[in-house]
Design a protein around this ligand. Structure first.
Ligand code: NAD
Length: 396
């Protein structure tokens, strides 16, 4: 099969196996190039490990800290006429590279929200690792089947309390238009919190704790975003922001629950980056395009792998987490500097369809988006036939 990108709105329905492998290899090379991370965790569970921040966390843990990793994700292998998903190919490539480097790597493909998945992972930890010393929680999902009630919960990206109108980039047509989003009702707020808030993180940690598979001094980290005022109505003060507040509630509860083990729960506020999850949020792609332009010019641009390498190297493992006043790790520190944000304010007011390509890094946005699906990687022959049927070794 010759695999080309097929973009539908904010998703790409194809993924390139060798391209995804090259993307994973480039992330591994970056971490290895920075040298080993001293005092890192050695047995790490990553929930949501196949793409975006979770994949980069797994890579930083394995290739920076030398950790054995268990990864949980929800991906699809190839079918007759369809390629597998990018996360499937990423996980296959990660496992191969980890095994070649002598690192244990095992993956689970299925619903992380379910009790069954938690049980399976606990059995694997007991059998293979005994305990884990770090749990990264990096799920981003539009829905969750609640494991107790069976209710199907859906997350929405809406403002709360008032209608929100702002500039928006149509990433297909490159037109800067305007988007108006009606406020969420109470049920939508509750459902989004149930999907993207802290309940499932707590359920994971409780299940792992009760099974005795968390080692003394265990660390767990979940990811959040705050961002600039221009996105607050749709992000920080919207339904997703409400869910992230619940994540912080869960962090405080987990800190208490883990105290007897000498453990610690963190929320890490990460930078806005192109991922499968963030490209679906209105207004955010335009913000990211402007941000990339500014941060690349300043030499402070990072992708998920630089962020996650910095999380382990300069926050979690060196005893200097540098928490903010609310106790959160801030990897969005460079994004949120007053210099960067005042430039954002200036450009945001000016940007329109005519000046878009000069003010914003639209090309960088597109390149990053395509790389998520394995397209545009150096050294990959995209004109050549490729076999979409790739095995994730530990999945058989
Ligand atoms: P992503 O879409 O790249 O990754 C989501 C991961 O969750 C994938 O591994 C996917 O397989 C997995 N997943 C989804 N539903 C699942 C299910 N039911 N069972 C098992 N696995 C499932 O997303 P991302 O952007 O890396 O987001 C990860 C976290 O980082 C989220 O909490 C997000 O809010 C946060 N974050 C993202 C950004 C950003 O700009 N992208 C910034 C700050 C924080």
């Amino acid at each position: 099969m010759i695999v080309e990108p097929k973009i539908r709105g904010f998703i790409c329905t194809t993924a390139h196996p060798e391209g995804c492998a090259a993307h994973v290899a480039s992330q591994i090379a970056l971490v290895k190039g920075r040298g080993p991370i001293a005092s890192g965790p050695k047995k790490v569970l990553v929930v949501g490990s196949s793409t975006g921040y979770g994949l980069s966390s797994r890579i930083a843990a394995a290739f920076g800290c030398g950790a054995a990793t268990i990864g949980v994700f929800f991906e699809k292998p190839a079918e007759e006429k369809r390629t597998g998903t990018a996360g499937w190919y990423n996980s296959a490539a990660f496992e191969k590279e980890a095994t070649a480097a002598g690192l244990y790597a095992r993956s689970f493909n299925g619903d992380a929200f379910s009790n069954e998945m938690k049980r399976e992972v606990i059995e694997a930890i007991k059998a293979d690792l005994g305990q884990v010393d770090c749990v990264i929680y990096s799920l981003a999902s539009p829905r969750r089947v609640h494991p107790d009630s069976g209710e199907v919960l859906k997350s929405v990206l809406k403002p709360i309390g008032q209608t929100y109108t702002n500039k928006n980039l149509n990433t297909t047509t490159k037109v800067v238009d305007s988007v108006t989003i009606e406020p969420a009702n109470d049920d939508e707020i509750a459902q989004t919190t149930a999907v993207m808030g802290g309940e499932d993180w707590e359920m994971w940690i409780k299940a792992l704790h009760e099974a005795g598979v968390l080692s003394p001094g265990v660390t767990t980290v979940a990811y959040s975003y705050i961002g600039p005022e221009v996105t607050w109505p749709i992000y920080k003060n919207g339904t997703i922001g409400r869910a992230k507040e619940d994540l912080e509630r869960a962090q405080r509860a987990l800190d208490e629950a883990l105290a007897p083990l000498g453990g610690k729960a963190w929320v890490s506020v990460n930078k806005a980056l192109v991922t499968q999850a963030s490209s679906a949020i209105p207004v955010v792609p335009l913000y990211i395009s402007l941000l990339y332009k500014i941060m690349k010019a300043k030499g402070s641009h990072e992708d998920t792998i630089e962020q996650m390498d910095r999380l382990f190297r300069d926050r979690l493992c060196n005893g200097q987490p540098q928490p903010d006043e609310a106790g959160r790790i801030r990897l969005d520190d460079w994004e949120m500097t007053p210099e960067v944000q005042s430039e954002i304010d200036e450009l945001w007011a000016k940007v329109d369809t005519e000046n878009l390509l000069s003010l914003a890094d639209v090309e960088g946005y597109e390149t990053s988006f395509l790389r998520l699906f394995g397209f545009g990687l150096a050294g990959v022959d995209y004109a050549a036939e490729t076999d979409p049927n790739v095995r994730v070794p530990s999945l058989g």
